[in-house]
Design a protein around this ligand. Structure first.
Ligand code: AMP
Length: 125
């Protein structure tokens, strides 16, 4: 079920449990503010989720309420991960589903990184 991006943070969401170490993940990158791990149901040969360690429901919540340090670390981490994985050429796609119409399912901000094949047009036509 997609979630409302304006809802209060639910600390029982699956990514909160990953951050607390309660369920496993395949980590590809971590720093003080950011964790990145493989998506459990990959939609491309390379499909990684990048999440802030802070408790933010959505891109909307994060962009309004996170500190400048958290935002800078997050944006830099996304770029670093794509670069280190060798995907700047031939390219990668970022996606941050926000709220019901975007079908956001996990109520903790996550940016998807897709790569490893031609990804086609952004939306089905
Ligand atoms: P979204 O629709 O943008 O909220 O995407 C949620 C993503 O989280 C989906 O691509 C799921 O495959 C992924 N996901 C759900 N549970 C896990 C998990 N335990 N570990 C890794 N990825 C997960």
């Amino acid at each position: 079920m997609p979630i409302d991006a304006t809802q209060a943070y639910d600390d029982q969401n699956i990514f909160a449990k990953i951050l607390r170490g309660e369920i496993p993940n395949n980590t590809v990158y971590e720093n003080d503010h950011v964790l990145a791990f493989e998506d459990i149901n990959p939609q491309a040969p390379y499909h990684v989720l990048v999440i802030p360690k802070g408790a933010y429901v959505s891109w909307d919540d994060f962009s309004e309420n996170a500190s400048d340090i958290e935002i800078a670390e997050f944006v830099r981490a996304v770029g670093h991960i794509g670069r280190e994985a060798g995907h700047v050429e031939p390219g990668y796609r970022l996606m941050a589903n926000t709220g019901i119409n975007a079908h956001q399912e996990v109520p903790h901000l996550h940016v998807h990184i897709f790569a490893g094949r031609p990804l086609g047009p952004m939306l089905a036509r």
